[in-house]
Design a protein around this ligand. Structure first.
Ligand code: GAR
Length: 215
């Protein structure tokens, strides 16, 4: 399956997907990486791996819709079948999201539906929850909403700061996104209403990633 990755910055999740796609038998290949920020380090990561990488600067467009139309055009021209948002920090118009309905994934650094939005780790610590984590879900028009494909739990530890927690969750993200993309691109995920159901045998084989790693 040809995948397009949308980024805005560092690109560490992009790197984990590039590495996964290089594994023999992995059911996805990255056709294009697009950043809405021309200075995003992730563009360099893509180019170093020989993947076409494009900056489409949202500031050069008068409206959100005009930016999204350019994005759409580039993705289609590259033959993209599935979009993965990987640290893409721009809200997409409803029209774009609906045009790619069920063909766009996002990763978010919390156990959705808790802690949608920004400053996630700060709010997790303020709330005093003991378990956080990360989620890969199918994108819907409302931010950080949509059928959940995969999650992994990460314990909050005494003395955690937003930075230490973000690092630990990020390490989990780097395992989770390649798994979620493998499930979707491999055809193991189907929708029942707004629930994503994973093929039973496959879900069982992947069970270790779905439980907290308590060390
Ligand atoms: C990741 O933690 C990702 O979950 C988060 O941004 C970071 C991007 O890091 N995304 C969101 O908060 C989206 N709501 P990366 O550029 O190194 O992959």
């Amino acid at each position: 399956m040809k995948v397009g990755i949308l980024i805005s910055g560092r690109g560490s999740n992009l790197k984990s997907l590039i590495d996964a796609c290089a594994t023999p038998g992995y059911p996805a290949e990255i056709a294009l990486v697009i950043s809405n920020r021309p200075e995003a380090p992730g563009l360099g990561i893509a180019r170093a791996a020989g993947i076409p990488a494009l900056a489409i600067d949202h500031k050069l467009f008068a409206t959100r819709e005009a930016f999204d139309a350019e994005l759409d055009k580039a993705l289609r021209a590259a033959g993209v079948e599935l979009i993965c948002n990987a640290g893409f920090m721009r809200i997409l118009s409803d029209g774009f999201v609906e045009a790619w309905r069920d063909r766009q994934l996002n990763i978010h650094p919390s156990l959705l539906p808790a802690f949608k939005g920004l400053k996630v780790h700060e709010r997790v610590l303020e709330a005093g929850v003991r378990i956080t984590g990360c989620t890969v879900h199918i994108v819907r028009p409302a931010m950080d909403e949509g059928p959940i494909v995969a999650q992994v739990a990460v314990p909050v530890q005494p003395g955690d700061t937003a930075e230490t927690l973000a690092d630990r969750v990020l390490a989990a993200e780097h395992k989770l996104y390649p798994l979620a993309l493998k499930l979707v691109a491999g055809g193991h995920v189907r929708l029942e209403g707004e629930r994503a159901i994973i093929d039973g045998a496959v879900a069982k084989a992947q069970a270790p990633l779905f439980v907290p790693d308590i060390s």
